[in-house]
Structures are given as structure tokens and as C-alpha cells.
Design a protein around this ligand. Structure first.
Ligand code: UD1
Ligand code: MG
Length: 454
């Protein structure tokens, strides 16, 4: 699908009014990253000569997201045709094919776009090729008017359509491949005398036909052509994307015990023979090695897990957690910006933040690294083979030497040399029979009080 003469214009200036959001529509995330990024990555596989993204005046976030591709600003949002006009300078002297795609159609496949370009270059040399589809509910999509020979005559927007036109179920996905030598001549003649008072890109079809040029249709599947205009559409796209991500994870050798309950980010990487239990959520930036077990109800983000490790149930691995080979992270454990080295165990009710847990160290239940004093974060270093007793508070910055032991309940504020025991709890005292005598005395006092009342 490589070609040297395709320019791509991505339209992303629309306000996305129906999203009811302060975020530009194309920045809404799908599988953990902005929808426009999904699209850009697909478009890159076509190796276009140029790619320009049309954005609104207040959309620096979009410009940053699509960099290094240039953006042009469409100041007044006067419609999709007007938006393509904003790219006029960026396409000056370009004579190849121009592919126009809408930033709110992020599930497009490279294969379909390839078919569009092939059609544009076919023998009957259509000036415009439109990607059509037959959605179950055509609703607000523009309708494609096709003649008996399959040539496209016009695109009629739903708001401007009469009942007969609305009955047509072949719809406009928004993707167009246009002869670059003709595009701006056609656009110059688009007016705004329509229901929305906008300059519709879709009108170039009728204008081209009036010029005696041919226009064609390529059909694609509904799933990849979903246009996202509302939060409900966004949720539908997320569901479809998640299904794809689950299928690829399994195809690459991971077991998902209940696939429909596992949520991935687009960049999640799972190794072979890794098993993921139900209700696990992968935020962005997670890489998991081979033979790892992730038990139910875990949340992971920006984390690396090496082979053979076991995580969960109910573990939270936050950014910068690095779990070494064969390490065990158990229930209700939170790890942040810390490495737990090979074979170490942090099994119960523990917070490890800004720390290193050395190889084969064992961290007891309820251990907390006290890493933050309200101003600064400090590091805790636990040496290889150390044993941290249950309910130890490690007040950072602090270092536990290799093989050292802390007694349960200790508050550790100083470095501990290798192989030493540190114990900071108060001494164990006993008072023989005290409890029994206490109960008897208090019992008598209570009974005396009750008698007085009567
Ligand atoms: C558009 C099509 C419709 C098609 C549908 C497919 C037109 C006139 N209509 O309708 O035929 O069925 O997409 O999803 O083209 N945009 C700008 N500047 C503007 C207006 C829009 O950049 O002034 C961008 C938006 O950011 C969006 C895209 O163009 O990415 C489409 O705009 P939108 O308002 O969503 O058009 P639809 O009503 O969905
Ligand atoms: Mg739309």
C-alpha cells in the first residue's frame, strides 16, 4: 500500500457540540489514548507524502498530539468543505490524490483506505471516491445517491433530505479520495444554502458530476466507520476496540479467563502463557513478560512485569512499578515508582513507593514506606534477602541492608546494616492475673451501681 503521491487532510476542527465537553472531540480517549492518535497511526501506514490536520483556533492540545505533522487552523467553523479549504496552502502545488478523513472516525482500517486509493486510480479515473457503508441505523449520516451503473451522483445530508432520500441506506462515512488537481476548483463552488448554513464537503460530488466528471463509491464495514458524535458513540467505539484488543492478546498467546471483563490500553503488551484473571484494567504503558499470572481485580498503569511474576488479586501497580522475574505481589498491595527485584515477595496490605525491594526480600503484611513528608518524596532501599516484619513503617530516606531483619511493628528511621536485626517496638511486659482481677472489679462496680438505682 506504499505510494508516493497521496496527501492526507484530517478534519478535526469541529466543536463536537454533541459531546457536551470542554475537551476537543478528537482528544477524547479510546483505549487510553486520544481518538485522533489511533487515526494518525493508521494513516501513517499509507506513507503519505504530506499529512495536514485541520484544527480549531483553541486546540493546542490537538496540535501537540499530532506533532510532528503540521496543523492548520480553521478559525470559523463553517463546515467540512470550509475546513478542507483551510488546508489549501498546505496542498499548494500538490497534484496527487488527496484523502480527506474525519478525525471523529478513528476505527478506520488501512486496508479500506488502500481500497479507496486504488479506486481513485482505477481506469474510469473518478474525480471523487467516497467511502460508503450501510449502517443498521442510518440516522444523521449523509445519504449516497447512486445511479443504475453504480456511479455516485450526490451526497444528501440527512437534515436536507426528503423521505425518499432518507430511505436510502447507503451512507457517507466521511472519507473521500479526491483528484488533487480538481479538489479546490470544486470546493470554490460549494455554497452554504442548506439546513445547517454550512459549506459541506459532500457537495463537491454533485458539482463534479455537473462538470461531467465521474464519482465512485467504495463500501466499508459499519464497525470501522462509526463516526463519534456523542458519549454514547464513544462508548460503542470503546467496546469494539476492546474486543479487538482482547482478541489480539489471546491470539498472541495470553489466556484471558473472562475476556469481556479485561480492559486494555492500545499499547498493552502481554507475553506468552501469561494469564489474566477477571476484572483487570490495564492503563497505558504496561508491558508484561511471559508466564506471568495476574489474578482478578488488579489495576496497572505504566508498569513493567517480568516473566514468572504473580500479581494480585486486588493489587494496584502505579506508574514506575517494575516487578522482577518470579516476584510475588499479593492482595491489597500498592506499588509506585519502585522496583521489586527478582523473587521478592510483597504479599499483603502494603504500600511500597519510591523504593527498591532487593532480590528475594520478603516484605511482611502491613508494611508502609513513609515516602512523603508533605513536601518531598524520599527513597527507601531494601537490600537483597532482607526480611521486613509485619507492620513495619520505613521512614524514608532509609536503607535496610542485605539480609537484615526488622521486627514486626517497628518504625525504622535509621539505616540498618546488613544482616542486623532492628527492633523499635516497646518492650513486652506482663502482669499475671491482671485481666481476671480487672474484670471482677469492674463487674462488682457495675452491679453496685445497678442496685443503687432500684
Ligand atoms: C459528516 C458528513 C456526513 C457523514 C458523517 C460521517 C458533511 C457535511 N457531512 O457529518 O455526510 O455521514 O460526517 O460521520 O461533511 N469539522 C471541521 N470543521 C467544521 C466542521 C467539521 O473540521 O467546520 C470536522 C469535525 O471535527 C469532524 C468532521 O469534520 O471531525 C465531521 O464533522 P461533523 O460535524 O461530525 O459532521 P457530521 O454531522 O458527522
Ligand atoms: Mg461526525
Amino acid at each position: 500500500m506504499t505510494n508516493s503521491k497521496t496527501a492526507i487532510v484530517v478534519l478535526g476542527a469541529g466543536l463536537g457540540t454533541r459531546m457536551e465537553s470542554d475537551l476537543p472531540k478528537v482528544m477524547h480517549p479510546l483505549a487510553g489514548r486520544p481518538m485522533i492518535r489511533h487515526l494518525i497511526e493508521t494513516l501513517e501506514t499509507l506513507q503519505p507524502t504530506r499529512m495536514t490536520i485541520v484544527v480549531g483556533g483553541d486546540m493546542e492540545t490537538v496540535a501537540r498530539e499530532v506533532a510532528p505533522y503540521p496543523t492548520v487552523v480553521q478559525k470559523d467553523r463553517l463546515g467540512t468543505g470550509h475546513a478542507v479549504m483551510a488546508a489549501r496552502e498546505a496542498l499548494a502545488d500538490f497534484e496527487g490524490d488527496v484523502l480527506v478523513v474525519y478525525g471523529d472516525t478513528p476505527l478506520l482500517s488501512a486496508e479500506t483506505l488502500g481500497r479507496m486509493l486504488d479506486a481513485r486510480r482505477s481506469a474510469d479515473n473518478p474525480a471523487v471516491v467516497v467511502l460508503g457503508f450501510r449502517p443498521e441505523h442510518p440516522g444523521a449520516y449523509g445519504r449516497l445517491m447512486v445511479d443504475g451503473e453504480g456511479h455516485l451522483q450526490a451526497i444528501v445530508e440527512a437534515k436536507d433530505a426528503g423521505p425518499e432520500q432518507l430511505a436510502v441506506n447507503l451512507c457517507n462515512s466521511g472519507v473521500m479520495a479526491v483528484d488533487g488537481r480538481k479538489l479546490f476548483d470544486l470546493l470554490d463552488r460549494v455554497g452554504n444554502d442548506n439546513a445547517k448554513g454550512e459549506y459541506y464537503l459532500t457537495d463537491i460530488v454533485e458539482i463534479a458530476c455537473a462538470d461531467g466528471l465521474t464519482c465512485g463509491v467504495v463500501e466499508g464495514g459499519e464497525a470501522e466507520l462509526l463516526g463519534i458524535n456523542s458519549r454514547a458513540d464513544l462508548a460503542q467505539a470503546e467496546t469494539m476496540l476492546q474486543d479487538d484488543l482482547r482478541a489480539s492478546a489471546m491470539a498472541e498467546g495470553a489466556t484471558l479467563v473472562d475476556p469481556s471483563t479485561v480492559f486494555f490500553s492500545a499499547d498493552t503488551k502481554l507475553g506468552r502463557d501469561t494469564t489474566v484473571g477477571p476484572y483487570v484494567v490495564f492503563g497505558s504503558g504496561v508491558t508484561v513478560g511471559d508466564n506471568v499470572t495476574i489474578l482478578p481485580f488488579c489495576h496497572l498503569q505504566d508498569v513493567t512485569i517480568e516473566q514468572g511474576a504473580s500479581v494480585g488479586p486486588y493489587a494496584r501497580l502505579r506508574p514506575g512499578a517494575r516487578i522482577g522475574a518470579d516476584a510475588h505481589i499479593g492482595n491489597f498491595v500498592e506499588i509506585k515508582n519502585a522496583s521489586v527485584e527478582a523473587g521478592a515477595k510483597v504479599n499483603h496490605l502494603t504500600y511500597i513507593g519510591d523504593a527498591r525491594v532487593g532480590a528475594k526480600a520478603n516484605v511482611g503484611a502491613g508494611t508502609i514506606t513513609c515516602n512523603y513528608d508533605g513536601f518531598f518524596k524520599d527513597h527507601t532501599d531494601i537490600g537483597a534477602g532482607a526480611f521486613i516484619g509485619s507492620n513495619t513503617s520505613l521512614v524514608a530516606p532509609v536503607k535496610v541492608g542485605d539480609g537484615a531483619i526488622t521486627g514486626a511493628g517497628s518504625v525504622i528511621v535509621r539505616d540498618i546494616p546488613a544482616d542486623s536485626l532492628a527492633l523499635t517496638r516497646g518492650p513486652h511486659r506482663e502482669n499475671a492475673d491482671w485481666a481476671r482481677k480487672f474484670r471482677e472489679r469492674r463487674g462488682r462496680e457495675k452491679a453496685a451501681k445497678a442496685e443503687k438505682k432500684e
